[in-house]
Design a binder for this molecule. Sequence first.
Ligand SMILES: Cc1cn([C@H]2C[C@H](O)[C@@H](COP(=O)(O)OP(=O)(O)OP(=O)(O)O)O2)c(=O)[nH]c1=O
Length: 191
Amino acid sequence: MKIVLASKSPRRRELLSNLGLDFEVIESNVEEFSNEKHPSRYVMDLSFNKAMLVAKKLKEEAIVIGADTIVVIEDKVLGKPKDRDEAYIMLKSLQGRVHTVYTGITIVRTKDFKYVSDFEETKVWIKKLQDEEIFNYIDTGECYDKAGAYAIQGFGALIVEKIVGDYFNVVGLPISKLFDILKREFDVRLL
Ligand SMILES: Cc1cn([C@H]2C[C@H](O)[C@@H](COP(=O)(O)OP(=O)(O)OP(=O)(O)O)O2)c(=O)[nH]c1=O
């Protein structure tokens, strides 16, 4: 069965490639908007929009995977910072505290449009940071296309104190949960 990743995220691509999976990438370019207020429903809704948009465009039989990641700190949702000032505000609010990373995933089968959505959450503690450290981190340039303005897989590893939960969920794709669902609901298995 053909597998399609509906994402422009190089990290999601890499996580699937690391498993030796054969898949195609088709970006959804969907507008990232949802009326859902609860973080888990919000990310599942956006992942659904991404996967469904690509699934509807496909002519052939395939399984389409969509995902969305956000950072939540005390009911405040942080997406990707649009500039240096926003990155600073985000990192300033995250330093010295714990926040939650939510990733929603949706899998759609084009044959009958059966779909399953789910989410994973991971707690992340960011160290106390001086403003100088925040600016030095922003200068690495890796914060701009990342929810919450940090990348745990990059220099962000140096500002993270600890996590509880799935590391891959923070990077943008909870692969263990994803493959549980693929096996259980769509009979696609790697192990
Ligand atoms: C917190 C965190 C997020 N991220 C990334 C994962 C996601 O790519 C990004 C959140 O943006 P998303 O909107 O989830 O995804 P995207 O715009 O990169 O790609 P697409 O919508 O096409 O699937 O933040 C990291 O890479 N490392 C981290 O530590």
